[in-house]
Write a protein that binds this ligand. Structure first.
Ligand code: PEP
Length: 257
């Protein structure tokens, strides 16, 4: 098996979605800390709901756990009822922001154009955007994976500079693999990760593309993480369900390649 290119440090991100109250989030961070304390081999990020960001960030202080927002709005302030800005989540203790998750795209009508504006706002606030993209089952089955990934990549990163790509991560999340228990095989995922790295090289240049962390997301578990992360272009994992239990998330963080 090939191993990740030296220089691209593995990243494991837990997306808690709309799970965990403030108290439960602090408890989960507290349970995770002793389990991942010695994990110097990768970066560890968790994404609690907005309400718990500040408390989770305080709880994670002095540990290797960094905090991500699950979304943000591109304006810095104003009459945008219900929205939260990049600066606000940065001040709450976030260093990362998950953007363009398939649930945002399918349930809330988020477009790739909106994702690109959010990514620019995240970068402006000093956050690392984790830009998600993936194909649906019908897109895959009709042979359109390459086309839709190409379009979503270009549109979601539209307007970003080469310099910005050095502070950005991509998460390839096939929609049919999210929350279904049916992960992509390492070969399927590697093929799309290589495609994304090729697109990044076309748009931003080879050097920027080579250092771009591309995470895989979709039913990642302790049992399948090793095979996925052993592939050359798979630099980490974006984990939903299995990130809600400290033991399973820590077992994923403890991947072996
Ligand atoms: C996700 O929500 O990004 C995700 C990949 O979920 P799960 O791991 O549960 O498939």
């Amino acid at each position: 098996m090939e191993s990740p290119t030296p220089g691209r440090r593995p990243v494991i991100v837990g997306n808690w979605k709309m799970h965990r109250t403030v108290r439960e989030s602090v408890e989960l961070v507290d349970r995770l800390k002793p389990l991942v304390g010695a994990s110097g081999h990768c970066d560890i990020v968790v994404a609690p709901p907005f309400t718990a960001l500040w408390a989770a960030a305080r709880a994670a202080e002095g540990s290797p756990i960094a905090i991500a927002a699950q979304d943000l709005y591109w304006e810095s302030q104003g009459a945008y009822t219900g929205e939260v800005s990049a600066g606000m989540v940065a001040e709450a203790g976030c260093r990362f922001a998950i953007l363009g998750h398939s649930e945002r795209r399918s349930l809330f009508g988020e477009t790739s154009r909106a994702v690109s504006r959010k990514a620019a706002a995240a970068l402006e606030a000093g956050l690392t955007p984790i830009v998600c993209l993936g194909e649906t089952l019908s897109e895959r089955e009709s042979g359109r994976t390459e086309t839709v990934i190409g379009t979503r990549f270009r549109q979601s990163l539209d307007g970003l500079t080469e310099d910005a790509l050095y502070r950005t991560m991509i998460a390839y999340e096939p929609v049919w693999a999210i929350g279904t228990g049916r992960a992509a095989t390492p070969e399927m995922a590697q093929d799309v990760h290589a495609l994304i790295r090729g697109l990044a090289a076309e748009v931003f240049g080879r050097q920027a593309a080579e250092q771009l962390p591309i995470l895989y997301g979709g039913s990642v578990k302790p049992e399948n993480v090793d095979g996925l992360l052993a592939r050359a272009d798979i630099d980490g994992a974006l984990v939903g369900g299995a990130s809600l239990k400290a033991e399973s998330f820590a077992a994923i963080v403890d991947f072996q390649v």
